[in-house]
Design a protein around this ligand. Structure first.
Ligand code: ATP
Length: 354
């Protein structure tokens, strides 16, 4: 592997005796779009702030492009940060904001003008260049903040929940734009979010953080399809968590024996938790290969493109099932509370958690 863009080695931060970032080891490749995903308070921002140089680690090392920057002041690190609050200079127009970093570096005016125009084109704000930030929408302000950071051509761009203040529609639009911009400039993006959808849709890799440690790190498909821990399964998407005992190649949950082909590492009688994603469970057109169980629909909720059902399959045991509302389906084709159903899923969709 070539030199990583960012390497963390044993990175730790204590606040008043409490460890909020706990011996993080992580390598982020050059040009990667990497997300730190986790619940509020898990240590994402603290990690980002240490990489930016705004907060000193209690112990551990930070390398940017192979160079140890652990003790380097923030302005001498080749990283820039985009904050959720944008932190724009309200007394400067868009052009002034975007060109700020280059003026500070003392570049000549013509070079600055050319680079600013280029950046404004990249973030599609060329026609608003004379505007003051307070006359811009949230999405436009965010793009100014992005252009202001990117113009410095940092090796790494750190983004701390940059889309959190935007409404849902704009947020989705900005996600696509941000990803396209990242691809175009090729700079390493380290993105902090608690929004799983955002992390899955934009990232090359996602690290799920919990209580100061990384629970799982991998491509979006890996962390979603093959969660490795109960926390990871529960934090991303809806998981049908079932706890039971390992018995003869199956997990015994109440009176069910759920087969888990290929699973190794559990001994007879071990406590084992499994999960199956709601969209992997079928309510009709079940095939002989599927593990099947009878149940009763106890709740339904319509979400437009999908309908979500809760199916009781035993005392204190229910499954959430997500069914697509397909073109041929009519309203009365959907299930209703009280309907008796058979649910099924392919054995390979049962995931064992540690
Ligand atoms: P959020 O998504 O809410 O921003 P986060 O995952 O980014 O959460 P951090 O901001 O890194 O979490 O905070 C991690 C923990 O460290 C929290 O419990 C927080 O209260 C604590 N913490 C952060 N900064 C300080 C500080 N300066 N002094 C004391 N405790 C702090």
């Amino acid at each position: 592997m070539s030199t990583p863009s960012v390497s963390l080695r044993g990175l730790t931060k204590d606040f008043a005796g409490a460890t909020v970032v706990d011996h993080l080891d992580l390598d982020i490749a050059r040009g990667e779009f990497f997300s730190l995903l986790g619940p509020s308070g898990c240590g994402k921002t603290t990690t980002l702030r240490m990489i930016a140089g705004f907060s000193d680690p209690t112990s551990g090392t930070i390398l940017v492009d192979g160079e140890d920057v652990t003790c380097t002041p923030p302005h001498k690190r080749d990283v820039n940060t985009v904050f959720q609050s944008y932190a724009l200079f309200e007394h400067l127009d868009v052009r002034g904001n975007v060109g700020f970093g280059l003026r500070r570096k003392g570049l000549d005016r013509r070079t600055i003008d050319a680079r600013v125009s280029e950046m404004l084109e990249l973030v599609e704000l060329g026609d608003r260049h004379k505007e003051r930030p307070n006359r811009l929408s949230g999405g436009q302000r965010q793009r100014v903040a992005l252009a202001r950071a990117l113009i410095n051509q940092p090796k790494v761009l750190l983004l701390d929940e940059p889309l959190a203040a935007l409404d849902l529609k704009l947020r989705h639009a900005m996600q696509a734009e941000l990803k396209a911009i990242q691809r175009e400039v090729g700079i390493t993006f380290l993105f902090v979010t608690h929004d799983q959808d955002e992390a899955l849709s934009m990232s090359d890799r996602v690290a799920i953080m919990n209580d100061g440690v990384i629970e799982q790190c991998g491509a979006p498909e890996d962390v979603y399809e093959r969660p490795s821990s109960v926390f990871a399964a529960g934090f991303i998407g809806t998981s049908n968590l079932m706890s039971g005992t390992w018995t003869a190649g199956c997990v015994s949950v109440a009176d069910l024996s759920i087969p888990v082909p290929g699973h190794q590492g559990s001994a007879e009688g071990d406590a084992v938790s499994v999960t199956v994603r709601p969209e992997k469970i079928w309510l009709s057109e079940l095939t002989p290969q599927m593990f099947r169980v009878s149940g009763t629909i106890v709740a339904t909720s319509y979400h437009g493109a999908t309908t979500q059902y809760v199916v009781s399959i035993g005392p204190d045991l229910s499954l959430t099932v997500l069914e697509q509302n397909l073109p041929q389906m009519r309203a009365d084709d959907r299930w209703h509370a009280g309907d008796r159903v058979e649910v099924g899923w392919l054995p390979e969709h049962t995931v064992v958690l540690t």
